[in-house]
Ligand binder design. Structure first.
Ligand code: FDA
Length: 584
């Protein structure tokens, strides 16, 4: 007999674990989440929060999304990505990042009802955790996962209560390993990985200091510092990262992974801070220091039977591009509704196989992208002439050369501009954040080929209702003055049918099928004199079906099927699609 019974046991209260608990609790699934520590993240780690993640928070509730904005640093203060010799020293260049370039800003605004922002993990985790617990999730802190065993009906997990030392067993129908980059659940479940851990060494120095005079005129979350040693280990360059404007900061500085990790005491940390700020009198309050390794590893399997892993447990990579926590929360969005449907008997267990099919390619993509972004600092060092010598005097001379009135200096200046501009793949990669298209048995193709990307798929989001893609966002309007995103009509644990004038047959089919299959299917006709109207025509331009056609949307807001026009028997067609997607 197990000590505790629950439907889903989640190991870890990070973004993946707390996100899963919040979603499962919102769907009415009995769940329990444990953490080996007594509380949540104690350092700010993740911060860049992209639009897709904010859409997940919005799906949890407008109150959840709004609370995130309340604690976040807004997008307008994020974007002057600075490259300099120190904060007090010479500025070499700047790039507008995180959707703050006017062109990119327009793309962001057209793509989503939600905004990118900077929300440190010390705020994100409590928000997700509170949402989970207030909606019914059980949480047990100071409780460590030890091992698990699964059989045909469930999983028995052994944990240790770290306050008493006593072991306890939890019996659950499913187990989620959201236990981070050293995941024991993934190891015990025998998941397979590709890549390498420990490809670089890095340290975090968290400190308080008022740096307003160096930064307030060029607000940014990231200030990149070129100094001797800045290209060793780490994440490509010395980094001074804003945690709270402008008096709380995190420095990321590398070390040679082939050497032992340095002993980062207060004196050493203070020196690094003062060097990178360029102010040797600066009053600094060091809050914490830690060393960590840069990883380049992704899971090729994310499931073993009733055990699923997500987040850093399955994608281990540097913070470049700010994708870790975002992807972790998005993993949770993919799996939670599937578990809910299977547990409630509304889908066949085979639906769960689609989690790995859909998310493993994303894990590979983001790990590869983040590591590539480190390499892409190389051309900046090269253009500055910093790779030709390790003599600081010679390095300075090479950098100074760019100010000369010579053809060679003009060429050097162009190379520097070009190298900085190429960092758009790290600091404004909207396509990486938004273009996730799934291929699996939880998506029913409509026979149309996948639309090719017209622009660079890493930089630009391209909306499509091609089955597998995220539903495109368009604002739609009601007579009472209400305004909603097409995404707002969907989600919340339900399937949604979107159609137009001539598509009443789909709405009726959704109602009848909902009753037949025991599903809560939302259905909306978007058109004149309907509750929601496409007054700007944006939805008509995006939906890629005719007025009488249909777009069927999964609870995670991905399109799973569509049809160009009304069918002769809408009920039979919708039944075919839903039965396929839900593995019934
Ligand atoms: P995470 O590691 O956060 O949580 C794991 C949880 O499991 C913890 O609660 C832990 O206590 C628990 N646990 C582990 N073992 C256990 C056991 N045996 N028993 C019980 N509990 C156990 N990401 C991003 O999206 N945007 C960004 O801007 C950045 N920036 C950034 C900067 C820096 C400096 C770093 C180091 C990292 C980032 N990241 C990031 C990455 C981000 O922090 C990371 O991807 C997420 O925290 C991963 O979330 P998870 O929930 O998967 O694991």
């Amino acid at each position: 007999m197990a000590d505790i019974n629950t439907d889903v046991l989640i190991i870890g209260t990070g973004p993946a674990g707390s996100g899963s608990a919040a979603l499962l609790a919102s769907y009415g699934v009995e769940t329990m989440v444990i953490n080996r520590y007594r509380w949540l993240a104690n350092t700010p780690r993740a911060h860049i929060t992209n639009q897709r993640t904010m859409e997940v928070l919005r799906d949890l509730g407008r109150d959840v999304e709004d609370e995130a904005y309340l604690f976040a640093t807004g997008q307008d203060l994020m974007g002057q990505n600075v490259f300099c010799t120190s904060l007090a020293g010479e500025e070499i260049g700047r790039m507008r990042s995180w959707g703050t370039h006017p062109v990119s800003r327009a793309e962001h605004q057209l793509s989503s009802p939600s905004h990118m922002n900077d929300l440190p993990q010390t705020f994100m985790e409590p928000l997700l955790f509170k949402t989970a617990c207030s909606r019914g999730a059980q949480a047990r802190m100071s409780t460590e996962y030890i091992r698990h065993e699964q059989d045909a009906d469930g999983v028995t997990t052994t944990c240790r209560d770290r306050l008493t030392g006593a072991e306890l067993t939890v019996r659950s129908k499913y187990l989620i390993g959201a236990d981070g980059g050293n995941s024991k659940v993934a190891e015990d479940a025998g998941l397979s990985f590709e890549g390498r851990m420990g490809v670089g060494g890095s340290m975090n120095i968290l400190f308080k200091a008022d740096l307003s005079k160096y930064v307030a005129h060029r607000p940014s979350v990231l200030y990149w510092v070129v100094q001797p040693g800045a290209d060793v280990g780490g994440i490509g360059m010395g980094l001074v990262r804003m945690v709270r404007p402008w008096n709380e900061w995190l420095i990321v500085w590398g070390y040679d992974i082939n050497q032992p990790a340095p002993d980062v005491d207060t004196a050493f940390a203070t020196k690094v801070v003062r060097d990178l700020v360029g102010d040797h009198e600066l009053a600094v309050e060091i809050q914490s220091v830690s060393t960590w390794t840069v990883n380049n590893l992704y899971a090729t399997t994310m499931q073993n039977g009733r055990v699923f892993c997500m987040g850093d447990a399955t994608h281990r990579h540097p913070p470049s591009n700010g994708l870790g926590s975002n992807t972790s929360i998005q993993d949770a969005f993919n799996l939670a509704w599937k578990l809910s449907y299977v547990l409630k008997g509304k889908a066949g267990p085979a639906l769960l196989d689609s989690y790995q099919r859909e998310r493993a390619p994303i894990a590979k993509q983001i790990v590869t992208r983040a590591n590539k972004s480190i390499e892409e600092f190389g051309p900046i060092f090269k253009a500055l002439g910093l790779l030709d010598s390790i003599d600081p005097v010679k390095m300075q001379q090479n950098m100074d050369a760019r100010c000369d009135d010579t053809p060679a200096a003009e060429t050097q200046r162009a190379a520097i501009r070009q190298a900085i501009a190429a960092k758009v793949y790290e600091f404004d990669a909207h396509g990486v954040e938004m273009n996730q298209r799934y291929r699996s048995d939880a998506v029913l193709a409509d026979g149309e080929p996948e639309p090719a990307f017209e622009k660079d798929a890493e930089l630009h989001y391209q909306p499509t209702t091609w089955p597998g893609a995220r539903l495109p966002h368009a604002w739609i309007f009601a007579d009472d003055g209400a305004k909603a995103s097409t995404l707002d009509l969907c989600g919340k644990g339900r399937f949604t049918v979107l159609t137009g004038i001539g598509g009443r047959g789909w709405v009726e089919a959704a109602k009848l099928l909902g009753r037949e299959l025991g599903l809560d299917i939302e259905a909306h006709i978007i058109g004149p004199r309907q509750r929601w109207q496409d007054l700007t025509g944006d939805w008509a331009n995006l939906r890629e079906v005719r007025d009488s056609g249909v777009v069927l949307v999964r609870p995670d807001q991905h399109v799973c099927w569509r049809r160009e026009t009304i069918a002769r028997d809408p009920m039979a067609e919708l039944r075919r699609a839903l039965s396929f997607v839900l593995a019934l």
